[in-house]
Design a protein around this ligand. Structure first.
Ligand code: SF4
Length: 289
């Protein structure tokens, strides 16, 4: 019978907790006003479902807003979106995580100081789009250092580097080393700001600690959640059989066959109740309850 070991870092991170609380409090304060969320508040389908159940709808752009209150997600937005909200005279509930403001601020300061900003991150992720917005069009999001020359041609004289908050520190280090090797002879200045979130770092090191001693890892969270996917990537890269599940219903008993130890971790936007359900179901499958 496999033993089950759970991470010491489970449940919402403070950024997600704060985003949900801010949204709920402001919604109550705004009375009967309709609240529309600009994209998913956090990347977890169950959290979004709960919020839509409370009458908070999701829109993809400010132009789609029908009410008078728009909520910005924990991933933040660029200044252009804030201007659009202002131009339409909409009220705003800002749930941007304080740790997402760090790369936003760094991108703005670097761009203002004449640096071209390289974001180590996924270009289509809302957080990354927001960070690039703060670079005022003087930036790019890439995951491979070689892309820089391919995309921008001549290497800018001053290059600033920041990271999407949920990236893996070891990969960021590798990226920066490769980038330095490629451009150092051409730039006047290369400035790196480590903007990976400390909560993400803790979750990743806990996931690795468990991956080292288990032969099956279960990662609980939304499939669209960057930090959840990163946990699964880290564990599978370590060579451990890894499954990402959004709910307990997705668990399969055959995964546990022949296993000695199962590790359980969760993304920062995964409700604690969902992880509890998964743990309960795993214990049942392992014959421990
Ligand atoms: S994972 Fe980090 S950056 Fe993202 S919401 Fe949580 S605390 Fe903020």
């Amino acid at each position: 019978m496999p033993r089950i070991e759970k991470s010491s870092e489970l449940g919402f991170c403070f950024g997600v907790k704060q985003a949900i609380e801010t949204l709920e409090k402001s919604r109550l304060k705004s009375g009967s006003g309709k609240v529309e969320m600009l994209g998913a508040l956090v990347h977890n389908p169950l959290v979004v479902q709960r919020l839509t159940g409370k009458g908070i709808s999701v829109i993809q752009s400010v132009a789609e807003a029908e009410g008078d209150v728009v909520a910005i997600s924990a991933h933040g937005v660029g200044p252009q979106v804030l201007e659009e909200i202002d131009a339409r005279k909409l009220k705003m509930i800002d749930t941007t995580c304080p740790l997402v403001r760090r790369p936003q601020r760094a991108a703005r300061e670097l761009a203002e100081a004449g640096f071209y900003v390289v974001v180590f991150g996924e270009k289509d992720h809302p957080e990354v789009k927001g960070i690039l917005g703060w670079a005022g069009g003087k930036g790019i999001a890439i995951l491979d250092a070689e892309q820089l020359k391919k995309e921008v041609g001549r290497v800018p004289r001053k290059l600033g580097v920041v990271a999407q908050t949920t990236q893996i520190p070891a990969l960021f280090t590798e990226f920066v080393q490769k980038l330095s090797a490629l451009v150092l002879s051409e730039v006047a200045e290369l400035r790196v700001v480590n903007t990976i979130c400390r909560v993400t770092r803790k979750r990743q090191s806990e996931a690795l600690r468990l991956a080292r001693k288990t032969d099956l890892m279960i990662v609980v969270g939304g499939r669209t959640s960057a930090n959840t996917r990163r946990l699964a990537d880290l564990c599978s890269a370590y060579g451990v059989e890894t499954h990402l599940v959004e709910t307990a219903a997705e668990l399969e008993a055959k995964w546990l066959r022949g296993k000695e130890c199962v590790g359980l971790v969760s993304g920062t936007s995964t409700p604690a109740e969902v992880t509890d359900d998964v743990l309960k179901r795993l214990n049942e499958m392992a014959g421990l309850s």
